[in-house]
Design a binder for this molecule. Structure first.
Ligand code: EPU
Length: 424
């Protein structure tokens, strides 16, 4: 709810948390799979779905288009797309989250038309959609604008060779889904290779799509002229951003914490950086255990597309760096305005020097002070929770609807390792 907040008592720099903390299914995987239900000629089942606000928004949009969405178990949904679907995305909901954009490709491919507003989401940069629009055009669509809505239409779409100017994650997923139902061969160059894209391609292939190269920078899709039939349920992969954020929390607040139900292989470069910083950890195939480290050391953090350090871990890492000894550089290379939260962190006592919109120095170790803070976006919101848990005294985190967009019952899972956090 809009006016809920977290009240958090900090540890004053002690490392006291102990126990296990489970990771939920990946938000940025499952949202795209729900959108992919539009491509299927029969019911699809999706497992390991996190219970988060972005999923509720996606479900509302899908229902508005005519899709049957049913939660059959705590973490499982079935989705059933009818023979004819709507072509108009409901403006207010679509504007509230970025993933609404991934619906546009399947709708266009099926119905030859789609109308939608500029998608919303976290305010972390300009977030243009030119790659989507140029790609639809290359496949034969006309682009128009009416009443601040995009109107994309096509009498006939055809496979095309498309070079992305930047390896955009959602554009890769959207165009992969579009090309699945577009006649001919589509080759997408310079695409993103995040694990969530591979999971989506694998799922579409189990339903009869012909997609090769997902996970590399070139994807080839041979279009089908009929809808796919799903054969197997989709298993949502674990959320690597949640796992990485919990690992950061464990490093700065933990005595001995095991992060379970995750896939450390999806965090290789991040964990390599953790190693350089002196974090005491070990991994199994599906867990990360972090024990108290004698000292955390300054490191340089450069965000990058997968497999590099995810931009979504940049803000939690900044909190980590306040507790690491020496001067660290953060270099945000993916988004334009993703360092704005640092001014709030410095009001909590962090020693931060912002150099330009992409770079900042953080010098540690600094004690942090509890404060009243606004959560500016999903990832910085969780970073503030971690900062509040490190700090001395009480913090109040407002705007937690931003955090609920992506983390299921975050306070309950943090309480499991000993955090003093309450939702009011
Ligand atoms: N870009 C363009 N034109 C486009 C699309 C993107 O110039 O048409 C630029 C962006 O401005 C940005 C860069 O490309 O500078 C990369 O952005 P990308 O498109 O990859 O980001 P996204 O697809 O909008 C997804 C995740 C983000 C995550 C980024 C990067 C979803 C729903 N969102 O966003 O997740 O930060 O990839 O990994 O998958 C989050 O979960 O909190 C979140 C922001």
């Amino acid at each position: 709810m809009e006016n809920e907040k977290f009240i958090i008592q900090g540890l004053e720099g002690q490392r006291a948390f102990e126990g296990k903390i489970p990771v939920r299914g990946a938000k940025n995987a499952v949202l795209k799979t729900f959108a992919a239900s539009l491509l299927f000629g029969n019911e699809i089942r999706v497992d390991n779905v996190p219970f988060i606000q972005d999923i509720a928004n996606m479900n509302e949009l899908l229902r508005h288009l005519g899709v049957g969405v049913e939660r059959i178990e705590e973490k499982s949904f079935v989705l059933n797309s009818p023979d004819a679907i709507g072509t108009d995305l409901c403006g207010d909901i679509a504007k509230s989250f970025r993933s609404s954009i991934v619906l546009t490709g399947p709708i266009l491919a099926r119905e030859g038309k789609v109308i939608f507003p500029h998608p919303g989401g976290c305010v972390i940069g300009e977030r243009p959609i030119d790659i989507f629009l140029e790609s639809f055009k290359k496949m034969g669509a006309d682009i128009d604008m009416h009443d601040r809505q995009y109107v994309i239409s096509a009498d006939k779409l055809a496979g095309a060779e498309i070079v992305f100017k930047i390896p955009s994650v959602t554009a890769t997923e959207t165009l992969m889904m579009t090309a699945t139902l577009v006649p001919g061969k589509t080759i997408l160059h310079n695409v993103a290779c995040e694990p969530e894209i591979v999971a989506l391609a694998d799922f579409l292939n189990t339903g009869g799509a012909d997609i090769s190269g997902a996970g590399s920078h070139t994807i080839v899709i041979k279009g089908r002229d009929s809808l796919l039939k799903s054969k197997e349920p989709y298993q949502t992969p674990p959320d690597r951003i949640e796992a990485g954020s919990f690992a950061i929390l464990a490093a700065v607040c933990g005595k001995d914490i095991e992060i379970t139900d995750c896939k450390p292989d999806h965090l290789r470069v991040f964990l390599r950086t953790f190693d350089n910083a002196g974090v005491n950890f070990e991994t199994t195939e599906n867990s990360i255990r972090i024990k108290m480290s004698p000292q955390l050391n300054a490191i340089n953090v450069k965000t990058h597309e997968y497999p590099g350090i995810p931009t979504d871990l940049q803000s939690p890492l900044a909190v980590f760096l306040t507790q690491a000894s020496g001067r660290s550089l953060i270099f945000e290379t993916v988004f334009e305005s993703r360092l704005d939260y640092l001014s709030e962190l410095s009001r909590m006592g962090a020693d931060v020097m912002i150099c330009d919109p992409h770079r900042a120095f953080i010098t540690g170790v600094t004690p942090l002070r509890g404060r009243e803070i606004e959560s500016p976006d999903l990832r910085a919101g969780l970073a503030f929770i971690i900062a509040a848990l490190v700090a001395k005294g009480e913090s109040i985190v407002h705007n937690i609807h931003n955090i609920d967009r992506g983390y299921e019952n975050i306070e309950e899972r943090l309480q499991m390792v000993g955090a003093d956090i309450k939702r009011i």
